[in-house]
Ligand binder design. Structure first.
Ligand code: LLP
Length: 429
């Protein structure tokens, strides 16, 4: 990505900071983020809400991609909102004073305890997944003398994960209310009978790492069509539409994501046209990008501990991290690009299997990765690890979670401390 370069020493840099220096200072494995990239991306999204919706909307960073105090501070200072999916994310955001009115609370099984906590703190919008939850929210709200603003999560029946996206009937998803079966309209009617909730609008999220614009346009059209149906059937005017996240990023050179501006322009065109068609005012629009905000802004640095050549088959290069800090290869066979940080200008003359350190054969960061021939003690950078890496990390094999640093104009600061041995036994009795 744009934040990466190579300096005179032949070292990879991120945000003008030398990654070999960073590895020396903070140790490895190490997550490194470029603050400029994160802020730029948020500004671009926010700029397009201003341009295409006259500012009537909100960029809510999907914090499941990477959640910690500092990222919430950065998002807040850019005037954006967030999407949270647990009491833990909500707690972290509130601990740095994140403005509650800009928080969307998601999840298909929020506990009564979590809902009570969210309602006590006046979370901006709870996105309701099912009728049990609707009943619970209303009851808690009444007990706290409140009326809780909600959105309903709708399944628009779009499968964006096929080569050419398809509109299925009712998709098989654990999230939300289906349109075709009438479930969604019934949920609207049901919400209207519950005095503890105020139904403001609807939400959908059609998938993640999507490269095409069409499925997003299609979702917008379907959702606005439903808003018109709600008006016609119940008289209720819904004023908010949250279109979720899912915009793809470039992990390897073959990936070809659409520029965000193009998504925003095309989708807003569809929103305005469809609203006009049904005689609706354009609703307040929210979007929830996660991966595209932090993914390309982050890298992971590892130290090579060993090189094992299996003649005529492959070369294993073992590093001091792996599935514990990046489980995405073992989970999804995700592709990543690797660079030898201390000889980044050299040609990539070998192809390796990057192996993690866990006692598990499948613990790989990638296979068939082109890279400058690594030797013991070299530093390897795996690129575009900013999203769904730290947030999905584990302590498998009692491996401590790495530290994370944020770089700004060549200066690094630690934003998450490396876990200690003490941390690992903290809850053991
Ligand atoms: N909004 C909702 C309701 C979501 O469920 C998600 C992602 C997002 C927004 C953000 O989507 P994004 O812009 O990041 O694509 N662990 C998987 C990704 C799971 C995404 C789940 N929901 C991975 O590592 O690829």
């Amino acid at each position: 990505s744009d934040c990466l370069s190579v300096n005179e020493a032949g070292h990879l840099t991120i945000g003008s900071a030398d990654t070999v220096e960073l590895a020396r200072t903070y140790g490895t494995p190490l997550y490194v983020f470029d603050e400029g990239t994160i802020r730029d991306t948020l500004r671009q999204y926010k700029g397009s809400i201003d341009r295409y919706y006259g500012g009537k909307g909100l960029v809510a960073y999907a914090s499941k991609a990477f959640a910690c105090k500092e990222i919430y501070r950065i998002v807040e200072s850019e005037g954006c909102g967030i999407d949270v999916v647990s009491r833990g994310e909500l707690y972290t955001a509130l601990s740095v004073g994140f403005p509650v009115e800009k928080i969307f609370y998601h999840g298909n099984n929020k506990t009564v305890e979590e809902l009570t906590y969210a309602i006590e703190h006046n979370v901006g919008r709870i996105v309701v997944d099912n009728l049990t939850e609707l009943e619970r929210i209303s009851a808690i709200a009444i007990s706290q003398n409140k009326v809780v603003p909600i959105l309903l999560r709708i399944k628009p029946g779009i499968d964006a994960h096929t080569h050419n996206f398809v509109r299925t009937g009712q998709i098989d998803s654990k999230f939300g209310f289906a349109l075709e079966t009438g479930e969604a309209l019934d949920a609207v009617r049901y919400a209207l009978t519950h005095p503890g909730v105020a139904l403001k609008g609807i939400h959908c999220h059609i998938g993640s790492q999507i490269f095409e614009i069409d499925p997003f346009e299609c979702a917008a059209e379907v959702m606005i069509g439903f808003m018109a149906a709600v008006r016609d059937e119940t008289g209720l005017i819904l004023t908010e539409l949250n279109l979720g996240g899912g915009f793809g990023i470039k992990y390897v050179p073959e990936n070809d994501p659409v520029p965000y501006q193009d998504y925003m322009e095309k989708v807003s065109g569809m929103v305005h046209t469809t609203c006009r068609k049904y005689g609706l005012e354009t609703p307040f629009i929210a979007i929830e990008p996660g991966r595209s905000v932090v993914g390309s802004a982050g890298i992971t640095l590892y130290t090579v501990g060993g090189v094992k050549v299996i003649p005529n088959i492959r070369t294993y290069v073992s590093v001091d991290g792996g599935m514990t800090d990046n489980p995405r290869y073992i989970l999804y066979q995700s592709q990543y690009e690797a660079v030898l940080a201390n000889r980044a200008a050299d040609p990539k003359d070998s192809v390796i299997t990057l192996a993690g350190r866990c006692c598990e054969s499948g613990d790989l960061v990638g296979e068939g990765m082109p890279i400058q021939s690594p030797k013991v003690d070299d530093i390897i950078a795996v690129l575009a690890t900013g999203a769904y890496n730290y947030s999905m990390a584990s302590n498998y094999n009692r491996v401590p979670r790495p530290a994370a640093v944020m770089v700004r104009d060549g200066q690094a600061r630690e934003i998450i401390r490396r876990e200690s041995m003490e941390d690992l036994v903290r809850n053991d009795l």
